[in-house]
Design a protein around this ligand. Structure first.
Ligand code: FES
Ligand code: FES
Length: 137
């Protein structure tokens, strides 16, 4: 199957591979799996609590080259975005940027799901923190 240069570039030189401490209150962690193939993607964001901007992102993907490339690209796109902007990232944008073949579209869906899961996890943490902080009156 012919892969685009961009897929190969991200596959051979993945950006932002690794992990943040998931217990850090400024970190959101998304862990998702693709039912199509069983591949698993972990994606994390680190949010600046003052600005609400995503200042860093990491991923670890146990899966195919397109999933690795999709998550690598996603971490690049996430940096400097607000949570709202990050929520708006669509798998179709990843498909377009990497020129993913049709059988690999679900790999980009995995990346979109992982982004959303990471943001939700971060927001849940903030909520729980606020509840803890306002727990007594
Ligand atoms: Fe084997 Fe994705 S199906 S790595
Ligand atoms: Fe399943 Fe890529 S994530 S083949």
């Amino acid at each position: 199957m012919p892969y685009s240069n961009k897929i190969l570039d991200h596959y051979n030189n993945p950006r932002n591979v690794g992990s943040f401490d998931a217990s850090d209150p400024n970190v959101g962690t998304g862990l998702v799996g693709a039912p199509e193939c069983g591949d698993v993607m972990k994606l994390q964001i680190k949010v600046n609590p003052q600005t609400g901007i995503i200042e860093d992102a990491r991923f670890k993907t146990f899966g195919c080259g397109s999933a690795i490339a999709s998550s690598s690209l996603a971490t690049e796109w996430l940096k400097g975005k607000t949570l709202e902007e990050a929520m708006a990232i669509k798998n179709t944008q990843i498909v377009e940027e990497l020129a993913l073949p049709p059988v690999k579209v679900h790999c980009s869906v995995l990346a979109e799901d992982a982004i959303k899961a990471a943001i939700r996890n971060y927001m849940d943490k903030q909520k729980n923190q606020n509840i803890a902080n306002n727990g007594h009156d």
